[in-house]
Design a protein. Sequence first.
Length: 117
Amino acid sequence: MGWQEAARRLWGDDWIAPLAEVAGINRRTVERWKAGDGSPREIIADTIIMLARRSGADAPIAGAVLRRMAQGETEAAVRAEINAIKRSLERIGGMSDHILRMRRGDWPPGVEGAPGG
C-alpha cells in the first residue's frame, strides 16, 4: 500500500486536508504531492501507511481520532468520550424497537388514549 492509498483509507476520497492537518503541513504541499510534484518525507509516508494498516477496517475511525488529536484533543479526552458513548449505548441498549414505535406514534406503549395504545 502506498501513502496515498493509506490516506484514502484513513480519510476517504477527500484526504488532502486531513493529511495536511495531521502532518502539520500546508494543504497545497499535499496537493502537489498528489499531483506527482515531489513526495512526502519518508517519516510521513511510513507513518500514514503504518496507521492505516494497524487500523484495518476501522481506518476511518482512526482517521477521525487522528484529526481530533491534531486539533489539540488529548488521547485521554478522546478515550473519555468513547467510554461515555459506550455507557450510553449500554443504558439504551435494546431500545431500537421502542424508538421505532415512538417514531410511528405508538408511544408510550399500552397507555390508554395514546396513539396506537
